[in-house]
Design a protein around this ligand. Structure first.
Ligand SMILES: C[S@@+](CC[C@H](N)C(=O)[O-])C[C@H]1O[C@@H](n2cnc3c(N)ncnc32)[C@H](O)[C@@H]1O
Length: 343
């Protein structure tokens, strides 16, 4: 069933069935020490003056967080996780950075439940940035186990210089967000084929086209430095290869390539056509996904692009699977999942 809940994800997830979810994507507050406002547009498309607080990202260590922090090792033990690691982290931060401890307590409470909700083949992607990623990595290692850490992905969120102080530049622009990708176990869904790309600069790399698609020209002759090959030194359609290195392939293979249209004759000289491989799985630096386009933007301050969720959902779930976004914002994940026939 498709379902949208309104409320605190902590209480809602507590009610959910264990091992029921295939993929969790979460884009929680990043500990940025600010509030986020939504700017809604009127029917004529003009921004409405009144801004609505979408969510707050400021943290304070209170008696309630103190109690919640103390409870966390027990909450982990209840789902079979050894939570002693939390004691060290909490005691360090209680002294040095209580607001960060408040933030991590809030995140850890929820991540323990998310781990319980995942199916054994499921995955979780935590979207964050460099503000708290190193602490969140420790938390996720503690909950999922280090061996279930799959990737740290940098998504280039801003093209150009990135966010920096206006008053004298003293650091590098912050232009990327970070996604931590964990699987519940060793065997997990990953559809490499579904997300494979052609080379980004395919037109440059494979400049020619025929009815089968793009290709580049490669010499059919072996480089002389590779040494003599008498058996590859034969005449083909009146062409002699350089002596004594010869052709790259035997005569029967060359004739088969020619017949299949895989040689291009320019004047009297043949070239081999080299085609791109069917695709390449993206590496962990994503520079090909832009922020939401104008037509995609809904006025929500931290809206993520559909293309980002599209890649994650295609890679880490199958049609009919259940996708959970516990920090749904303006519902980018829901829309992407719906378009891809996930629940
Ligand atoms: C960074 S935004 C998510 C943006 C979203 N990925 C999108 O594309 O629109 C974080 C969201 O989490 C929500 N949120 C924060 N704490 C929450 C909680 N305890 N329970 C449920 N939602 C929460 C905020 O209201 C906000 O909508």
């Amino acid at each position: 069933m498709n379902r949208l809940y309104y409320g605190d994800n902590l209480t809602i997830m507590q009610e959910m069935e264990s091992a029921s979810v295939d993929l969790i994507y979460l884009d929680p507050p990043f500990n940025s020490n600010r509030d986020y406002h939504a700017i809604y547009k009127s029917e004529t498309g003009r921004p409405i003056n009144a801004q609505v607080v979408a969510f707050t990202d400021q943290w304070e260590y209170t008696a309630r967080t103190e109690a919640a922090s103390k409870e966390l090792p027990h909450a982990m033990a209840a789902v079979g996780i050894d939570g002693t690691w939390w004691l060290g982290l909490a005691s360090m931060l209680r002294a040095s950075d209580p607001p960060l401890l408040a933030y991590l307590t809030y995140m850890t409470e929820r991540l323990i439940i998310m781990r319980r909700l995942l199916k054994p083949t499921g995955s979780l992607y935590l979207h964050c940035d460099d503000e708290a990623v190193h602490y969140l990595k420790i938390v996720l290692d503690g909950i999922f186990g280090r061996t279930n850490f799959r990737n740290q992905i940098a998504w280039q969120r801003i093209k150009g210089a990135g966010k920096r102080s206006q008053h004298g530049i003293k650091n590098y622009g912050r232009s990327s967000d970070i996604l931590l990708f964990y699987s519940a176990g060793k065997t997990y869904t990953f559809n490499a084929q579904a997300i494979s790309l052609l080379y980004a600069d395919i037109e440059k790399s494979f400049p020619f086209t025929d009815k089968k698609g793009r290709y580049k020209r490669r010499s059919p002759f072996r480089p002389p430095g590779l040494g003599p090959r008498p058996n590859l030194c034969y005449e083909y359609k009146g062409v002699f290869p350089p002596h004594p290195s010869g052709w790259t392939v035997k005569e029967s293979k060359l004739a088969a390539l020619d017949k299949a249209g895989e040689l291009e004759w320019i004047g009297q000289k043949p070239w081999r056509k080299q085609r791109p491989s069917s695709g390449i799985v993206p590496n962990n630096i994503w520079t090909d996904i832009n922020p939401p386009s104008k037509s995609e933007r809904l006025g929500y301050p931290t809206q993520k692009p559909l293309k980002l969720l599209d890649r994650i959902i295609k890679a880490s779930s199958n049609e009919g699977d259940l996708v959970l976004d516990p920090f749904c914002g303006c519902a980018t994940t829901i829309e992407a999942a719906h378009r891809l026939n996930r629940r």
